[in-house]
Design a protein around this ligand. Sequence first.
Ligand SMILES: O=C(O)CCC(=O)C(=O)O
Length: 275
Amino acid sequence: MPHLSPEQQAAFARDGFLFPLPVLGAADVATLRARVEAIAADEDAEVRSFLHNKGHMVLTWMDALVHHPAILDAVEGVLGPDLLCWEANHFIKQPGDKRFVSWHQDINYWGLQPADVASAWVALSPVTIANGCMRFLPGSHRGPVYRHVETFHADNMLSRGQRVEAEIDPERTVAVELQPGEMALFHVGLLHGSGANQGSEPRMGVAIRYMAPHVRQTLGAGDTAMLVRGQDRHHHFIHEPQPPRDRDPEAVALRRAYARRHAEILMQGAGHPGG
Ligand SMILES: O=C(O)CCC(=O)C(=O)O
C-alpha cells in the first residue's frame, strides 16, 4: 500500500481516523489469527499477557507485525517518517461475550504529549456491528479532552472501565466495520468505544500504538518503546530490542521488567486501589 494521499491525510486531520485501509493478505491473516488464538489459550498467564503488554518484545511474529511495511507506510502518512511502537493490544470478543469498551479518549490516560500518537487497529476476523465493532465520533480529536469517570465495571475491557462524561449522540457516530486484513487508523484524542459481541463469530483485532519520537511520557520515568522506522533524535523512551527468536529467555526477562514499569506508569492516578 502506498503512503497516504493528500486527501487521506486531510481526512485524518479533519475526522481523526481513516478506514478501511487494506494492509494484510488472507494467508497472513490466517497465520496471525492462529498464533493469537494459541497465545490466548496458553495455560501460562504471563504468556497470555503478551497479547496485552509489550508482546512485540518476545514474539517474532508480533514484532514483524508492528514493523509491517504496509502498516508503517500508512502511519508515516499521519505521524511522519520517524516512528516508535509503544504497545500492541489485542481485543478479542467471542460470540456472546458481554464485554464492551466504554466511550473514551486514549489521550486522557496514556500520559503521551504532544498528541502525535495514533492507533493502527488491524482486523483479524470480520468486524461488524453485530460482533461489536468500534464506533468513532468524527472530529472529536479536535475538541476538548473530556473528563472521564472510572467505573471498574466487570464487563468493561478497559483497565479502569473509564468512561467519558460527555453525552455521545449515536447519530453522529460511525461504525468501524472491517474485513479481515483491513485496518482503521485513529488519533489518540478520538472518542471511541465498542459494544458486546451479539453475533455468531469471534471479533478479533490488534491495536498497535505508534508515536513520533518527540512525544514524551508525562506520567513517570522509565517508559519504553521500539524504534520501528527512521531515527529517534529525542530519546524520551528507553529503546526496546527486537526479539532474536520466540520467547528467548533474556527477551522474556527484559519484557517482564519493561511491561511492569509500563503498567505502573499507566495506572498512576487510577482512582481504584486495585487499579
Ligand atoms: O477493540 C475495541 O473494541 C476497542 C479498542 C480500543 O479502545 C482502542 O484500541 O483504543
